[in-house]
Ligand binder design. Structure first.
Ligand SMILES: Cc1ncc(COP(=O)(O)O)c(C=O)c1O
Length: 467
């Protein structure tokens, strides 16, 4: 049984303990949130989410639970233990997801016209951050895995070539792993960044478990990245929207500037439930029970990878991968069809689907029995005959961007709308990204090409720079 008050410091969860104390002995509150521990709220909503969730729905400043900006009390304690756990100089809790963490990094670290080198498969929040800061983007195009219609890893040699050819670049920003789990050689990339005296940010939104099991890749903090972002809510067991931003021990970034940016961009009413879930997920992943759960998730993923070798027509993305991400495709079916069949005929919900395949995650919360059912269902599907459909909507456009304007300038330039068909050759002024995975199809300042059209199926007209 997980022991909250275990003597092992790593298992201590100060915020979780503070919330238990608050639950036992609540104050009489005359403050926000006005439902006052669920006493003034729709009874059906209360029935839906439960008394305890409402009793504990509070924000910082009140009830002696500490503050987030500046960090104090149990919140500060919890952040310090998390920093120690990741080997970071400083860890910030974020309740607006890795989106806010990325925005804060862009806002605090980059200035107008700074040259930044970014993987083209970055999340749109990185680009939104650069629209705010006005920094100039240089693209690193990841390897294209055409058979899977996704971006793959970023080659260290490509990073070196770009840095050699443009000595003005001051920061490299890499997404690792990709949404589908493909990993880049961050150790090599980090060495190159140091050689050229350039900072490195790694958006590790999908790698928050890496710190806790040696069978998974190493967290970029171990290779000296200046900052790393983890979406603990995606796979780490924290509640939706809860992320962490870490600065490494040797980070060249000014921690006060990063904290200030977080303060400006973050809500002024952070949910204590979300903050506590970050403390709890870190403590759980450090505990023997949490470690076993993670080992089970890895074992289940390996089991799945082995068992599906016997399923006719099924293949899985294998090289350079975080083994817990399972991107599969089945001959004769598009990913979207396979998703539909699993959902409707087998009541199985996948992480995402594209024309090529489906993405499944082996999570802390999945059981071996669930994997057995999944494998049995896929076997079943492989025996059946389905009508083939045309592939037409790929999730990821693997098009090299043609940039003619700075992101920020293009975003704020006078604009007009044109019909999609008339937009070819014009300069886009909006961020268009399919979610998930939030990777951009078109950005402000890029030429719209014929090749973009199949990906713009949701659009009748586009926003372009006025001529
Ligand atoms: C690589 C990457 N970074 C950042 C984000 C934003 O994360 P969040 O949903 O935690 O705001 C995502 C979201 O999917 C992502 O895929």
């Amino acid at each position: 049984m997980f022991n909250l008050f275990n003597k092992n410091k790593d298992n201590e969860a100060p915020l979780l303990s503070a919330m238990f104390n608050y639950k036992k002995a609540p104050m009489t509150g005359f403050h926000i949130p006005g439902h006052n521990r669920g006493q003034g709220i729709h009874p059906k909503f209360k029935e839906l989410i439960g008394d305890d969730a409402l009793r504990l729905d509070t924000t910082d400043e009140f009830d002696n639970l500490g503050t987030l900006h500046p960090a104090s009390g149990a919140i500060e304690e919890a952040q310090k233990i998390a920093a120690k756990c990741w080997g970071a100089k400083r860890t910030f809790f974020v309740t607006g997801g890795s989106t806010i963490a990325n925005l804060a990094l862009a806002f605090s670290i980059t200035s107008p016209n700074d040259e930044i080198l970014i993987g083209r498969n970055c999340h749109r929040s990185v680009l939104t951050g650069l629209i705010i800061s006005g920094a100039k983007v240089n693209w690193l195009i990841p390897k294209k895995l055409d058979d899977w219609a996704i971006f793959g890893n970023i080659e260290a040699q490509d990073v070196e070539n770009k840095l050699k050819n443009n000595r003005n670049i001051k920061l490299v920003w890499i997404t690792n792993p990709t949404y589908e789990g493909v990993i880049s050689d961050i150790e090599a990339i980090s060495k190159i960044c140091r050689k050229y005296k350039v900072s490195l940010i790694v958006d590790e939104a999908h790698g928050s478990l890496w710190n806790f099991n040696s069978k998974l890749p190493n967290c970029a903090l171990r290779y000296g990245a200046d900052a790393v972002v983890n979406s603990l809510h995606k796979t780490g067991g924290a509640m939706t929207q809860s992320s962490m931003l870490h600065l490494s021990k040797n980070s060249s970034f000014d921690e006060n500037k990063v904290e200030h940016a977080l303060k400006l961009l973050h809500t002024t009413s952070p949910s204590l439930l979300l903050l506590t879930s970050l403390d709890a997920s870190r403590a759980y992943l450090s505990s023997s029970e949490g470690k076993n759960k993670l080992q089970n998730a890895i074992d289940n993923a390996l089991y799945f990878r082995k068992e599906i070798q016997n399923i006719k027509g099924l293949s899985i993305l294998e090289d350079n991968i975080d083994i817990t991400k399972l991107f599969i495709k089945m001959q004769g079916l598009t990913g979207l069809q396979l998703e539909y069949i699993l959902e409707h005929d087998y009541k199985i919900e996948v992480e995402s689907a594209s024309d090529e395949g489906i993405l499944l995650l082996s999570n802390l919360g999945n059981t071996r029995a669930e994997f057995e059912y999944l494998i049995k269902s896929l076997k079943d599907i492989s025996y059946k005959k389905y009508e083939a459909t045309q592939k037409n909507v790929k999730i990821m456009p693997l098009i090299d961007p043609e940039i003619v304007m700075n992101l920020r300038e293009a975003y704020f330039a006078p604009k007009e709308y044109v019909s999609k068909n008339d937009s070819v050759g014009r300069i886009s002024s909006e961020v268009i990204a399919l979610c998930p995975p939030g990777i951009s199809i078109l950005l402000p300042g890029e030429i719209i090409k014929k090749e973009h059209m199949p990906f713009l199926f949701n659009y009748d007209r586009l926003e372009v720079i006025k001529e």
